[in-house]
Ligand binder design. Structure first.
Ligand SMILES: Cc1cc2nc3c(=O)[nH]c(=O)nc-3n(C[C@H](O)[C@H](O)[C@H](O)COP(=O)(O)OP(=O)(O)OC[C@H]3O[C@@H](n4cnc5c(N)ncnc54)[C@H](O)[C@@H]3O)c2cc1C
Length: 419
């Protein structure tokens, strides 16, 4: 049984390789002229600070957005396309207080509130499906076939063998976005209104002179000069020696399907966190079901550590895992059964994970002007905005005020890595 304070939006099964933290942890003024007291390389009137953000997932895009809005000259480098990986294939579930009591608490609370203000600023309900939700936990036993009588606490479309529904989030404390639309809306706004330059290219290495970063070098040799660089490459951060020599970032592969029911109006805004008992026995699975305002229903789960392919476009789901998610969907609701719903997507992506289950956000020890923001695990969509705003402050002012970043500093790993 999960509890609000320890639930995550992506519960895994079977998770022998998953850190226990995976389960535990789920208006800025435009100021083109910054004061000369800024801590590192202050911008002046004519030369805004040039920042290259590498990685076009939710973390890189939020960082680029807040940096550019605060007056930096930002280039975003993305290898494939914006939100092509986890940030486009996630659930998009947001919770105010589910990380309370852990290291993510203040980041998550700040970010939940920032999502709310961004939704007002960017017309979130229409642009990217931002809305409040009620969230239920539910036990589903696959071999049972119908809704037990007198089970009025779950919505009428949840007409499978769901038992013991319990409200674990209200419209005050839980919400959702369509993560791909969110990320792409934000980068469009950043490009159109604040001049962010989006470059499709693969970061190869950094130019460093005298211990300070001065450029990024892309595959093919293109050099982009910069005063600061932010590495927001999700699980691909683990492929860069500069980072992997200090700490481990690895990927947990997770699956999802997107269904388009024939009668979308029957599906109410209730997110479901399941304890799912498959008919063949074994440990319960913990998939999640998120109806979206688009009329689609997103179902995810089935995760395990796996090798990350170099190219995000090469990530495909395992057919057996996808089949399980389809069975989950049809057990939850007759509206989601074959014939009643079309399968719009079958996909997989990688959660970016660290060994201590805490994101890594801060300046990389030993390389001035080089920052990292990764390891957001199952809460990257929730924590993207506050991470982006905090990194922007750190890069431009030398210190983040929106969230205390000291707990997330990469410096915590110095001297720990063996071999
Ligand atoms: C199935 C699933 C469901 C989830 N549901 C939720 C949820 O409901 N709520 C929530 O808060 N979180 C959720 N998450 C977690 C969330 O999706 C991630 O934490 C978040 O997307 C990570 O964002 P990122 O920007 O760090 O990484 P990514 O989205 O992986 O982005 C990294 C980007 O870097 C690019 N890149 C890599 N290497 C290079 C290079 N050399 N040069 C240039 N670019 C490069 C990649 O192409 C990619 O676009 C879910 C995750 C999964 C897998």
């Amino acid at each position: 049984m999960r509890h609000m304070a320890v639930a995550s939006p992506l519960l895994t099964s079977p998770p022998p390789t998953v850190s226990p933290f995976l389960r535990q942890t789920r208006s800025y003024k435009r100021t083109f002229i910054r004061s000369s007291s800024s801590a590192s390389s202050p911008m002046d009137l004519h030369h805004p600070k040039r920042v290259v953000v590498c990685g076009g997932g939710v973390i890189g895009v939020c960082t680029a957005y807040f940096l550019a809005k605060s007056g930096a000259a930002v280039t975003l480098v993305e290898k494939s396309s914006v939100a092509c990986a986890a940030s486009g294939k996630a659930g998009g579930f947001l919770a105010l207080d589910w990380c309370d009591g852990g290291p993510l608490s203040s980041l998550a609370r700040a970010s939940f509130n920032l999502h709310r203000s961004l939704a007002q600023e960017l017309d979130g309900p229409n642009s990217y499906g931002y809305r409040s939700l009620t969230t239920l936990s539910l036990t589903v036993t696959e071999s049972q076939s119908s809704k037990p009588s007198g089970n009025s606490a779950s919505p009428s479309w949840v007409d499978g063998p769901g038992r013991s529904p319990r409200t674990i989030g209200t419209t005050e404390t839980t919400a959702q976005v369509h993560p791909q639309l969110f990320t792409r809306t934000l980068i469009s706004k950043a490009a159109e209104d604040y001049g962010v330059d989006v470059v499709i290219g693969k970061l190869e290495h950094l130019g460093v002179d005298n211990g300070r970063v001065n450029s990024v070098v892309l595959e093919g040799g293109r050099v982009i000069d910069s005063d600061a660089v932010v590495l927001a490459l999700g699980p691909w951060c683990g492929k860069f020696e500069l980072l992997s020599s200090l700490f481990r970032v690895y990927g947990i592969k997770a699956h999802s399907i997107v269904l388009e029911p024939k009668e979308p109006e029957a599906i109410t805004p209730h997110a479901l966190f399941l304890s799912y008992y498959p008919s063949q026995g074994g440990k319960p699975l913990d998939p999640e079901v998120y109806p979206r305002p688009t009329g689609e229903v997103y179902v995810c789960g089935m995760s395990a550590e796996a090798e990350i392919p170099d190219d995000p476009e090469q990530i495909v789901g395992n057919p057996e895992s996808i089949e399980v998610l389809k069975r989950v969907a049809s057990s939850v609701s007759s509206h989601l059964r074959e014939g009643e719903a079309q399968v719009k997507a079958e996909q997989a992506c990688f959660l970016p994970c660290t060994d201590d289950g805490v994101p890594v956000i801060g300046e990389v020890p030993g390389v001035k002007g080089c920052y990292v923001a990764t390891g957001h695990n199952c809460w990257g969509i929730l924590n993207g905005p506050a991470t982006g705003a905090a990194v922007s402050e750190l890069v431009l002012d030398g210190k983040a005020s929106i969230v205390d970043l000291s707990r997330f500093s990469p410096a915590r790993f110095v001297g720990l890595k063996k071999g």
